[in-house]
Design a protein around this ligand. Sequence first.
Ligand code: ZN
Ligand code: ZN
Length: 253
Amino acid sequence: MKITFLGTGTSQGIPIIGSTHPVCLSDNPKDKRLRVSVLVEWDDYTYVVDCGPDFRQQMLRANVSKIDGIVFTHEHADHTMGLDDIRPFFFRQGDISLYAHKRVFEALKKRFDYIFTTEDKYPGVPSVIQEEIKNEPFLLGNLEVVPIDGLHHKLQVFGFRFKDFAYLTDMKTVPDDEILKLKGVEVLVVNALREEPHMSHFNLEEALAFIKRVNPKRAYLTHISHLMGFHDEVQQKLPENVFLAYDNLQITL
Ligand SMILES: [Zn+2]
Ligand SMILES: [Zn+2]
């Protein structure tokens, strides 16, 4: 299985438009972060988790020519606003499969009504197949994926376990029985916004405590704010099996 970090930044991305914060001005490519998303590939399958405003750029940058579907964690704009840019995939492949909670589909139908309408479609508008997910295992290609149900302040959000790899973002609270589903995971990705506490995201301390509980071989932090600091400085402070993810990072397992 190959994982590509397409984006590792929080909702505004890094740099933030117009910001003079030192991290936003950094020349280090590891300090430049598109909105959060990962590409998960195994056998001949290619799935994307979330589809934010940088989706087009991310597909070009990672040289993706075919996708088998998009899996959504939740409906926030930084995770969904690139949906119109599935068009090149739709033109080549036909209807694109989307996997999401029922509530997320309701939000997508409001924002992208022209994609979901079945009558009188404007030429060139993409079509999708809605695969509703509940908090129970579902099939992606030949793999059973296990949702991890958590809370993002008060909003329900799904993380996903793909065999020995788990990807959780925008989590603030994960119930004990959901943490059990992560037992034995080799690589865990989890959100860590910054050092200061935040109402709806793990801060660094909470993310590290969560990693300790799950006890994976390796963990990567994502959904990072410029307030977290420079990549190279933050990395030095982390435990030896914990890494700050960065855009374009690839891992195989
Ligand atoms: Zn987010
Ligand atoms: Zn969110």
